[in-house]
Write a protein that binds this ligand. Structure first.
Ligand code: G6P
Ligand code: ZN
Length: 541
């Protein structure tokens, strides 16, 4: 074992989901080592315990795993479990941590951001419940990165990450595990595989686009092998270090090919896509794209159709910018509804305390208490289970849901790589205006309340402030403004627009058209065009 002296970097603050930077940033001398040692230095009591390590297979994954293994050995972990080839999807990592009672885990991913030598990389620490470390820990890690002066590492050969089995690394056991099996088994306990198999056997055509990222092996095992879908039903199934130059973000922009295919007359009946590390999902049915907010609401309303949730759900949690569609389901079911800041880590306490069973975010994330991360394939299987049980397609299920609960028209407008000062100025200006907004009229819209969202965690009492500006209008419409915490260059302004429409006769309007007045008001209130110099958003979802 050796102790290597180092100097701090000042930019290692974990964001919404861990530390994310461009690969060349991570390749600076000791950059990854400093961060990993800062994680270990912020934890207590892991001597002799197990750590789980895995990533989404992107460029630099293997190199960082070798460093992390040697550093874990030097810091006193008893064992590290690693997915074969360094692969573990984020939800699978969460499951492995929980199933084997590990102390925690290191997940290497930059999620939906592109991969490659000049693209993104990321390191995230998950705690023993399988979920992302809470802010108390990420704050401690950041504080440590600012003063770190050395790290510990063992001098040893690299571990063969491709041979399943256990080896010794300077007194610590390294166990290379099948990354897929445990996860696929868990899915079989939650969903009615025989009903889904029968659905697929009857000719219902399902396609999953894994976007050359981590879910390929999982989707092939589950959809093609265990559920009997024809070979090739999983597209772009091999994880590649640069994701085959795909942008592995499942939305209407980056998964457009899949969307067009499902919409075409002779295309599949159901399409789904996942992101780089497998925690996001997009669901498309014939003639109907499902917004993530609606997906959460439908899953919650139909939860008891899946064996794993047959006893009912305790509550629903959603991030603040996610539409209120799920709130109406919670109201009807008479169960708890929780509104949290953006970031899956805020759901952990609610899930651990049994207050919420299902959770979701507008950013294409849905999940439940089966793990402590959002879970792309879980959501896809939930939909297939619902379709199989109801014997109805996606379009009918959604249309009937709206008829029963009303429709929350919803869209997110992103302005990416905006000048950081301009973006901060825009938010500061909004904060300054907050007190003056209530009562103001914009055409037919009148502001009822406006605030900067703060979250009081009902489980541990912690408070998270400045989580996004909300402007609510009379009648239930709203616009929300916040800056992304996951970008790696410049700032990304997100504008979330929502309108509630109870009248089923008005549920067929094109979304952007249905929201046009609110979109215009959002620009007027936040002075988006003037302050960012942008005429239009870069991405609309
Ligand atoms: C990641 C997180 C999510 C979050 C999303 C968008 O996927 O895991 O919890 O909703 O990023 O975050 P952002 O800060 O970029 O809006
Ligand atoms: Zn992700």
């Amino acid at each position: 074992m050796k102790t290597v002296s180092t100097t701090p970097y000042n930019d290692q603050k974990p964001g919404t989901s861990g530390l994310r930077k461009k690969v060349p940033v991570f390749q600076q001398p000791n950059y990854a080592e400093n961060f990993i040692q800062s994680i270990f230095d912020s934890l207590e009591g892991f001597e002799g315990k197990t750590l789980v390590i895995g990533g989404d297979g992107r460029y630099y994954n293997r190199e960082v795993i070798q460093k992390a293994l040697k550093m874990a050995a030097a810091s006193g972990f008893g064992k590290v479990m690693v997915g074969k080839g360094g692969i573990l999807s984020t939800p699978a990592a969460s499951h492995v941590i929980r199933k084997y009672g590990a102390f925690g885990g290191i997940v290497l991913s930059a999620s939906h951001n592109p991969g490659g030598p000049t693209e993104d990389f990321g390191i995230k620490y998950n705690i023993g419940n399988g979920g992302p470390a809470p802010e108390k820990i990420t704050d401690a890690i950041f504080a440590r990165t600012k003063v770190i002066d050395s790290y510990k590492i063992v001098d040893a050969d690299d571990v063969d990450l491709d041979a399943i089995g256990s080896v010794d690394l300077a007194g610590m056991t390294v166990e290379i595990i099948d990354p897929v099996a445990d996860y696929a088994d868990l899915m079989e306990t939650l969903f009615d595989f025989s009903a889904i198999r029968a659905l697929i056997g009857s000719g219902f055509r399902v396609v999953i686009d894994s976007m050359s990222a981590v879910t390929g092996p999982y989707a092939v095992e589950i959809l093609e092998k265990r559920l009997g879908a024809p070979q090739g039903s999983v597209r772009n199934a091999e994880p590649l270090p640069d994701f085959g130059h795909h942008h592995p973000d499942p939305n209407l922009v980056h998964a457009k090919e899949l969307y067009d295919d499902v919409m075409s007359a002779d295309g599949p009946d159901f399409g789904a896509a996942s992101d780089g590390d497998g925690d996001r999902n997009m669901v498309v049915g014939k003639g109907m794209f499902v917004t993530p907010s609606d997906s959460l609401a439908v899953i919650a309303a139909n939860a008891t159709l899946a064996p794993g949730y047959a006893g009912g759900i305790a509550g629903i949690a959603r991030s603040m910018p996610t539409s209120a569609a799920a709130d109406r389901v919670a109201e009807k079911l008479g169960i708890g509804m929780y509104e949290t800041p953006t970031g899956w880590k805020f759901f952990g306490n609610l899930l651990d305390a049994g207050k919420a069973t299902v959770c979701g975010e507008e950013s294409f994330g849905t999940g439940s208490n089966h793990v402590r991360e959002k879970d792309g394939l879980w959501a896809v299987l939930f939909w297939l289970n619902i379709i199989a049980a109801r014997k109805e397609g996606v379009k009918d299920i959604i249309t009937k849901h709206w008829a029963e609960f009303g429709r929350n028209y919803y869209s997110r407008h992103d302005y990416e790589e905006v000048d950081t000062d301009a973006a901060n100025g825009l938010m500061a200006n909004l904060r300054d205006k907050l007190a003056t907004l209530p009562g103001q009229r914009f055409g037919a819209l009148t502001v009822s309340t406006a605030d900067d969202f703060a979250y009081n965690d009902p489980v541990d009492g912690s408070v998270s402030k400045n989580q996004g500006i909300r402007v609510l209008f009379e009648g239930g419409s709203r616009v929300v403004f916040r800056l992304s915490g996951t970008g790696t260059s410049g700032a990304t302004l997100r504008v979330y627009v929502e309108r509630y429409e109870p009248d089923a006769a008005r549920h067929g309007i094109e979304t952007q058209e249905a929201l046009a007045d609110l979109i215009a008001v959002a620009d007027e209130i936040a002075e988006i065009k003037a302050r960012t110099g942008r005429d239009a958003p870069t991405v609309i979802t």
